[in-house]
Design a protein around this ligand. Structure first.
Ligand SMILES: *[C@@H]1O[C@H](CO)[C@@H](O)[C@H](O)[C@H]1NC(C)=O
Ligand SMILES: *[C@@H]1O[C@H](CO)[C@@H](O)[C@H](O)[C@H]1NC(C)=O
Length: 193
C-alpha cells in the first residue's frame, strides 16, 4: 500500500476513535440545528392539555396555498367547535350543533407562515413523550419539540401553559372545502350572538 493510503487510514481511525470518545464531535459544520419548516399542507391530530386542567382533542388542517388554518376543537365532554382562520386575518369560530353560536374575529396578522419558526433559539435536545427531540424557543411565546430523526413535530408549548402533543402528522392531507364554509348565522348578524 502507498504511504498516503496508510496515513489516510490512520487518520480515519483516529477520527472514529475521537467520535467514539465524544459522540458530539462532528466533522461537518457545527451550527445549531434549525426547525424543519411546516409542510405547506398537513393534517395533525393533536392532544392538548390546557393549563386549566382541561383536555382537548384538535384536528389541525394547515393549508398554506389555500391561506387557511382550521382547528376542529373537541373539548372534553363539550360540543365540536370550528375555528376557521384565513390568511386575510378573518377567523370564524362556530358550532354546528346546539347551542349554535358564531363569532367572527378580525386579526392584524394572518395564519402562520410555513417558516414561522425561523430565528428560534436552539435549546438543545430533550426526551419528550418518549421521543428524542431538538428543542427551540421563540420570543418567549412557543417552545417547540421536533423529533431528531424524523424531523416531525412532537410537541409545542405556549407561554400560557397550553401544551400540545402531536398524535398523527399527515403531510399533504387537505380538508374538503365544504367543511370550512361558515354557516349562515355567521353573516348579517348583530355583534355578540
Ligand atoms: C396536564 O397538565 C397539568 C399541568 O402541567 C398536569 O398537572 C396534569 O397532570 C396534566 N394532565 C394530563 C392528563 O396529562
Ligand atoms: C377573508 O376570507 C374569508 C374566506 O374567503 C372571507 O369569508 C372573509 O370575508 C375575508 N375577510 C376579509 C376582511 O376580506
Amino acid at each position: 500500500m502507498k504511504l498516503q493510503t496508510h496515513i489516510a487510514q490512520a487518520l480515519l481511525t483516529v477520527i472514529i476513535l475521537l467520535q467514539f470518545i465524544n459522540p458530539s464531535l462532528q466533522l461537518s459544520d457545527s451550527s445549531p440545528p434549525t426547525p424543519a419548516p411546516w409542510p405547506e399542507q398537513f393534517h395533525a391530530l393533536l392532544y392538548m392539555n390546557l393549563s386549566s386542567t382541561k383536555l382537548q382533542i384538535s384536528n389541525l388542517w394547515y393549508d398554506w396555498p389555500r391561506g387557511r388554518n382550521v382547528n376542529l376543537i373537541q373539548k372534553q365532554l363539550s360540543i365540536l367547535l370550528y375555528d376557521v382562520e384565513w390568511n386575510n386575518g378573518t377567523s370564524f369560530y362556530y358550532t354546528l350543533s346546539e347551542p349554535r353560536t358564531c363569532e367572527v374575529m378580525q386579526f392584524e396578522v394572518g395564519i402562520p407562515k410555513p417558516d414561522f419558526l425561523d430565528g428560534a433559539n436552539y435549546l438543545g435536545t430533550a426526551v419528550t413523550d418518549g421521543y428524542l427531540c431538538n428543542v427551540w424557543e421563540k420570543v418567549d411565546f412557543i417552545w417547540y419539540y421536533e423529533d431528531v430523526y424524523t424531523k416531525r413535530p412532537v410537541r409545542w408549548d405556549f407561554y400560557d401553559g397550553i401544551s400540545t402533543h402531536v398524535i398523527t402528522f399527515e403531510v399533504g392531507a387537505v380538508l374538503d372545502d365544504s367543511i370550512t364554509q361558515a354557516p349562515a348565522y355567521c353573516f348579517n348578524q348583530e355583534k355578540d350572538i
